[in-house]
Design a protein around this ligand. Structure first.
Ligand SMILES: Cc1ncc(COP(=O)(O)OP(=O)(O)O)c(N)n1
Ligand SMILES: Cc1nc(C(=O)O)sc1CCOP(=O)(O)O
Ligand SMILES: [Mg+2]
Length: 225
């Protein structure tokens, strides 16, 4: 929720279970309606991630879409996340900035966004996850892909083996999320591997009923603790 201080954002991050990444271009004008539905279903964090056709959004389009998502997140008490760009996160007063291994270094991003934005990191190996669990400036990390996914073509999947290894072998107070190929049918396997939080794209963006899809996923995650 834009306007929260870092402590409150970190508390909400701790409580978060279901994280949605959504595009904007493919939604053809229904971004607000779609976001409201997903949030009503129980999504805790919404990230704008639009790489349709392999091309990121232009900054002006990205900010316009983020303003729509910011209003929806404010209506539902959810956190707004920006992907990749620290300048855009500042521009829209986002709660969260998500960085991959090839994005801005965390220390550089932290200097740009300050302490009241939480920073997340993608990880795809034990070494990267162990680093994200301790690196200064990182608030949460993601582990995956759990399965190969068309949403991130070319990204080799370490699979649930990595989720199991992180769950049993990395002691951290930082929240971490499983990602990649997760849907309702696979959720029990993700939970059994030791994850308590999940990031999804298609499981909600491609659902006929995004509110119901989010509700079922959130229910599964809540049941697991
Ligand atoms: C919550 C979340 N987790 C992972 C990613 C992937 O980040 P990255 O590896 O930088 O790839 P792109 O999404 O930027 O293509 C993410 N965006 N969000
Ligand atoms: C954006 C992204 N990052 C990943 C990672 O492993 O870091 S997997 C992924 C795509 C996840 O999409 P879906 O839920 O549609 O499979
Ligand atoms: Mg990235």
């Amino acid at each position: 929720m834009p306007g929260l201080d870092g402590d409150r954002i970190r508390k909400r991050l701790d409580d978060a279970r279901l994280y949605l990444c959504t595009d904007a271009r493919a939604r053809q004008g229904d971004l607000a309606e779609f976001a409201d539905a997903a949030l009503a279903g129980g999504v805790d964090i919404v990230q704008l991630r639009d790489k349709t056709g392999g091309k990121p959004l232009e900054a002006a389009q990205e900010i316009a879409a983020l303003e729509i998502l910011a209003e929806a997140c404010a209506r539902h008490g959810a956190l707004l996340a920006v992907n990749d760009r620290a300048d855009v996160a500042v521009a829209v007063d986002a709660d969260v900035l998500h960085l991959g291994q090839d994005d801005l270094p965390v220390a550089v991003a932290r200097r740009i966004v300050g302490d009241d934005v939480v920073i997340g990191r993608s990880t795809h190996s034990w070494e990267q996850a162990a680093a994200a669990a301790t690196e200064e400036g990182v608030d949460y990390f993601c582990v995956g892909p759990c399965w190969p996914t068309p949403t991130k073509p070319g990204r080799a999947a370490p699979g649930l083996d990595l989720v199991r290894a992180v769950s049993s072998g990395i002691e951290t107070t930082r929240p971490w999320f499983a990602i990649g190929g997760i849907d309702l049918a696979r959720l029990d396997d993700v939970l059994a591997a030791g994850a308590e939080r999940a990031v999804v794209v298609r499981a909600i963006t491609e659902a006929g009923d995004p509110a119901e899809a989010a509700r079922e996923l959130r229910h599964g995650l809540t049941r697991a603790g």
